[in-house]
Structures are given as structure tokens and as C-alpha cells.
Ligand binder design. Structure first.
Ligand code: GLU
Length: 255
């Protein structure tokens, strides 16, 4: 196991399902908890990059839609309506701890060539400024994550881009479950058996599910970034996993 002090730069991915509260009401109090934990980590000298979904979920709430639109253009419109609201929620939550945040809307094409270097330089500068970068897919021009990803794979690409020590994917499940619904604590090799444990989500507000989380973990560990899938609804989960990535959920380890 790597020593604690090595987990300095951490990418945290927040899934859209976490923003969907009971009866399709949005649970924005989630942002308050996230901000509190991020502030604690920054005080300890860690650097945190947030990859957050929720634009479509918030857009749906503003438009009073109870089920996820089927048409792609409507999903993109909902994302455009919800994205600035999502940032507003995070901005207010982080401000309470004296932290600034920055919005970065990326697409998969931005992880190639000159764009990759530009994104990397911006992110590194924001971290030096002790600002919290908040990344989402640019849903107006790209649709990979809207269609099936919920930003899982985007978060893996981001963790590689920033040279993260740890990727934490927060969802509404406790981790990867085996066929007896028992949590698998440690994955050292992503075999066909592990992949077969993934199943898409059945929620009507979001996409993704365990399939894309396992794929994100595969992308991350191949580039030597350990990845933890944990339940974002648990109190203090980010702080706990950042201190000890073996303490909660499922950890995927690089070779
Ligand atoms: N970019 C999307 C969002 O923020 C990803 C999640 C989704 O498709 O629901 O909502």
C-alpha cells in the first residue's frame, strides 16, 4: 500500500444520481458536504479536482421534467440550463470555506494534442491558486457522456491529465458488488468476470451505472492511477477515502 502522503492530488467524480433527491427533488445539500470535505483536504495540503455531473438533472428540475428526455437536443438544452445552476450551487457552498471554484467544460477531443497541454496548464495553474476546478463534459458540443457515461470515463481521463494520485468515483452504491451482493473490496485485475458484474443504471434522471465505472477504473489503473468507487451518500466519504483509499468501497489497483 502506498503511504498516505502520496495521495496528494485527488480527482473526485460526483455522479448525477447523487443530486437526485427523493421524489425528483434535487438534493443540493450534497454540495455543502462536498465543499466542507474539499476544504478540509486543501487545508491538509491536498489538491482536489472535482468532476461533477448534474447539469441535466438540475436542468430537468428547472424545467420541471420528471423523466429524462429521450431526444439528444433536449438533453443538451437541459444541460445548458442546468450547468450554470450547478456551478452556482458549488460556488456558494465553497465560498463558505473561502474557496474559489472554476468551471471547465471539456470534451474527449480536448485530451489530444495542443488542447491537452492547454487544459493541463490551466488545471495546474488553478490548483496552484488553491482554486477548485469543477469539470463537466461540454454537453452542447459533445455527447459521449450524455449517451452513456455520466462523466465516469471523463473523470478517468482527467485523473491522467492532472497526474492524480487517486481517482474517487462517487455514486449511490457502496462499490462493486459480487453476484451475492457482497462488496468486492479490492480489484487487482479487471477480468472478464469483473466486467460482467457491471450493469447499467435504471434511474430516469441519469445514465452510467457500474459498466462505465469499471471502464473508467480500467482507463485510470492502466495509467497507474488507483481508483475507488464509493457511496457518495455516506457522510465524510471523500475525506475518509482520501486519507485511506482502502477504507471504503472498492479499490482498483494498478499492476
Ligand atoms: N454532463 C452530464 C450532466 O452533467 C452528464 C450526466 C448525464 O448525462 O446525466 O448532467
Amino acid at each position: 500500500m502506498r503511504s498516505r502522503k502520496n495521495y496528494k492530488r485527488i480527482v473526485v467524480k460526483v455522479g448525477a444520481s447523487l443530486f437526485a433527491g427523493k421524489k425528483n427533488k434535487l438534493d443540493t445539500s450534497l454540495a455543502a458536504g462536498i465543499a466542507c470535505q474539499i476544504s478540509g483536504l486543501i487545508k491538509e495540503g491536498k489538491e482536489v479536482v472535482l468532476v461533477s455531473s448534474g447539469a441535466i438533472a438540475l436542468g430537468m428540475s428547472i424545467l420541471k421534467l420528471t423523466s429524462r428526455p429521450k431526444e439528444l437536443a433536449r438533453l443538451q438544452a437541459a444541460a445548458a440550463i442546468g450547468q450554470h445552476e450547478l456551478m452556482h450551487v458549488y460556488k456558494l457552498a465553497l465560498k463558505k470555506y473561502g474557496l474559489n471554484c472554476a468551471q471547465l467544460l471539456l470534451t474527449w477531443d480536448d485530451f489530444l494534442g495542443l488542447r491537452y497541454h492547454n487544459a493541463k496548464n490551466t488545471l495546474n495553474t488553478l490548483l496552484k491558486l488553491k482554486c477548485v476546478p469543477i469539470i463537466n463534459e461540454n454537453d452542447t458540443v459533445a455527447t459521449e457522456e450524455i449517451k452513456l457515461g455520466d462523466n465516469d470515463r471523463l473523470s478517468a481521463l482527467v485523473s491522467i491529465l492532472v497526474g492524480a494520485d487517486l481517482l474517487i468515483i462517487l455514486s449511490d452504491v457502496d462499490g462493486l458488488l459480487d453476484r451475492n451482493k457482497k462488496i468486492i473490496r479490492r480489484v487487482t485485475k479487471i477480468t472478464g468476470e469483473i466486467k460482467s458484474l457491471g450493469c447499467p443504471t435504471s434511474k430516469n434522471t441519469c445514465v452510467g451505472g457500474m459498466v462505465t465505472k469499471i471502464e473508467a477504473a480500467r482507463i485510470a489503473v492502466e495509467e497507474r492511477v488507483p481508483c475507488v468507487i464509493a457511496n457518495g451518500a455516506k457522510k465524510g466519504i471523500i475525506a475518509k477515502v482520501a486519507q485511506d483509499p482502502f477504507s471504503e468501497g472498492t479499490i482498483f489497483l494498478p499492476k
